[in-house]
Design a protein around this ligand. Structure first.
Ligand code: ADP
Ligand code: MG
Length: 330
């Protein structure tokens, strides 16, 4: 596409699409499965024989997913992170991505920050940007990622069986606590708060954990809309029910310090965590703990899959409602 109709299109030094791509997005690829990257009508890629291609796409739109004035570096990180998290939840290994950018006006400082955040994360996961599109319009970014997984080892949402344990990586609730604190105008100099805010602005997709869980997890989902809601989706897809022990939730010290008695509510309903929630047959528990240690990711068992349907919360062994302070998504 062309960035047409711009008032500054004819101005000397104005950035047109080709200049934007050349200056901010075209980089040499370290991957030998990229036969042809940015610059032609389509990329040419060589998927490995015998593996399924896992593909996901996510869009961030100004006003819906972030507000004007959001650090472009955080945005560049985030739009890739949310996609890598989807691949992680399938047990797929990320390889390539496409980036479609809609820009109200090409701002070099904004583009430099966005590209920095984007490529810092892409490089850490060995992901090559192989193409995209650049158009004029409301601020929005769409990333499509491609990864590989042996088809039989892909972790679907639908494989949970009664008796399986329910587990989660990391400490859900941190990201929403960071987001709410920022919205409240809390003191950003406070290190505990800065840690929570970083969990919101720079979510770390659990790619290594996703790979480690291949062949172990019976079902998996990434936590974007809140642990309670996403686990409920997994259980519906599996045609099963579940019990979640509220006291077993892994709450970070920073979250508890910030949210007090509402920490569990935020962990259950806050969202934006990009942790992995998965189910695991009991006989794999030993291997899971070994792999979590070897691959260095935290996991906690928080419940059990049951026959029937619906997700029941247990507190002191008794069914209970979502605790006070639960966050409502709009
Ligand atoms: P076409 O008009 O044939 O779609 P474009 O002129 O839009 O081609 O794009 C030229 C090349 O730049 C293509 O290889 C395209 O994939 C790539 N590209 C365009 N925008 C981006 C972007 N934001 N990030 C990465 N690659 C991009
Ligand atoms: Mg194009």
């Amino acid at each position: 596409m062309r960035l047409d109709g711009s008032a500054d299109a004819g101005r000397p030094g104005a950035l047109d699409e080709a200049a934007i791509i050349e200056r901010f997005f075209r980089r040499p690829s370290a991957r030998d499965d990229v036969l042809l990257g940015i610059g032609d009508d389509a990329a040419l890629l060589a998927p490995p024989a015998g593996q399924a291609l896992a593909v996901a796409v996510d869009t961030l739109v100004e006003g819906t997913h972030f507000h004007l004035g959001t650090d472009p570096r955080a945005l560049g990180h985030r739009v890739l992170a949310v996609n890598l998290s989807d691949l992680a939840a399938m047990g797929a290994e990320p390889a390539w991505c496409l980036l479609s950018l809609s820009l109200p006006r090409p701002d070099p400082a904004w583009l430099a920050g966005f590209a920095d955040g984007f490529f810092a994360l892409a490089d850490r996961h060995g992901v090559a940007l192989v193409g995209g599109d650049t158009v004029r319009g409301p601020l929005a970014a769409t990333v499509t990622v491609h990864g590989f997984v042996p088809a039989a080892q892909a972790c679907r949402r639908s494989g949970a069986r009664p008796g399986d344990g329910i587990w989660v990586t990391g400490t859900p609730g941190d990201a929403v606590a960071g987001r709410l604190a920022q919205a409240d105008g809390a003191d950003a100099g406070d290190p505990a708060l800065a840690a929570l805010l970083a969990r919101f602005l720079y979510p770390e997709p659990r790619v290594a954990a996703g790979l480690a869980l291949r062949g172990l997890a019976s079902a998996m989902i990434d936590v974007s809309d809140g642990l309670h809601q996403d686990l409920a989706r997994l259980l519906v897809a599996s045609g099963a029910g579940g019990e979640l022990v509220v006291e077993a939730l892994p709450l970070s010290a920073a979250l508890t310090a910030r949210a007090g008695g509402e920490a569990a509510a935020l962990a259950l309903t806050g969202g934006d965590d990009y942790e992995l929630c998965f189910t695991l047959p009991e006989h794999h528990a030993g291997q899971l703990v070994e792999r979590a240690r070897a691959w260095d990711f935290p996991v906690t068992r928080i419940g059990t899959v049951t026959a029937g349907s619906g997700l029941t919360l247990l507190r002191a062994g008794q069914p209970c409602a979502l605790p006070p302070g639960s966050y409502r998504h709009f």
